[in-house]
Ligand binder design. Sequence first.
Ligand code: KG4
Ligand code: ZN
Length: 357
Amino acid sequence: MNSLTILGLETSCDETAAAIVRGMPPGPGEILSNVVFSQNDAHAPYGGVVPEIASRAHLEILDGQIERAMSDADLAWEDVDAIAATAGPGLIGGVMVGLTTAKALALGLGKPLIAVNHLAGHALTARLTGGVEFPFLLLLVSGGHCQLLAVAGVEDYRLYGTTLDDAVGEAFDKTAKILGLPYPGGPAVEARAAYGNAKAYALPRPLLGRAGMDFSFSGLKTAVRQLANQGKLNVDDACASFQEAAIDILRDRTTQALAKFREDFPDAARPALVVAGGVAANQAIGAALADLAERHGFAFQAPPPKYCTDNAAMIAWAGLERFALGKRDPFDVSPRARWPLDPSGENRHSGERQNGA
Ligand code: KG4
Ligand code: ZN
């Protein structure tokens, strides 16, 4: 088969994005265009994403984003093989805008429609950018999710562990809010942490050293709040101390998952540890995990930061992977607020995107 060219749309949270990707599994693919509008300014006054504001903004600008993606890629519609869009999980109003737009385009142009799981988009990005082979161990860390999964195929995910309370990105965002830093909190906390002393404040590391691969972050965030209530904090030191605690938790849980992965996939010689999702843009977290992978004989892949945070290239690629397997979706496919990658893990994890506001 020749390479495939897919238009992808992403509207599940507060990025309005369209992208065109070309290639064949296992990748790497070529990103012909990647247009992302972050609604950060619209949501910043509220310290989190306001669903009504998000869906209205998606509706207003998505058409323009698609036009730009097409002109940046210098393509005509006949060059596009299929239209992919995020169908969930996410804020339902936003998902509806993107999915309905994709349906209208696909119907009008007579092209196949591919419904994409946003989390699969994050999961498969390392194939788009690095050509990573299955199976690999995935640490998916974003504003709404914190999961360890074995990824054995385009639609074969085994949930190893998930957060019992907050997602790690959410913990970064809430910590930023407590410390008076701007939204989104992750980049702000990382920037300030670079100037701080990580030993300045003793913060808890919930579940550290316990068996299992689940995460807990709410105690960490609460400890930051208590410190802040006690008196004036040095913001740089608080950020550094928080980030180091978060890294310790991620490292500890991932270490257990590396061992479990070895048991489950004994034939994989040098499998990859992939870190994806918005928090994977954090350089300190990436460095800690790269070191961990190396020590356990795993390759390490973190997609470039701009493909870690929400974007449509990852949706186009996940659509391309499904399309290459011969999958198509019907025009009555429904948007989903909840959509776990591993349905058998559903009782442990809702697959629901949290509203940060
Ligand atoms: O994947 P993403 O763009 O959206 C979701 O699907 O949630 O992730 C956004 C999250 C936010 O919580 C943001 O604070 C966090 O990723 N994030 C970071 C960094 N950049 C973004 N967290 C820590 N360090 C960063 N550099
Ligand atoms: Zn995301």
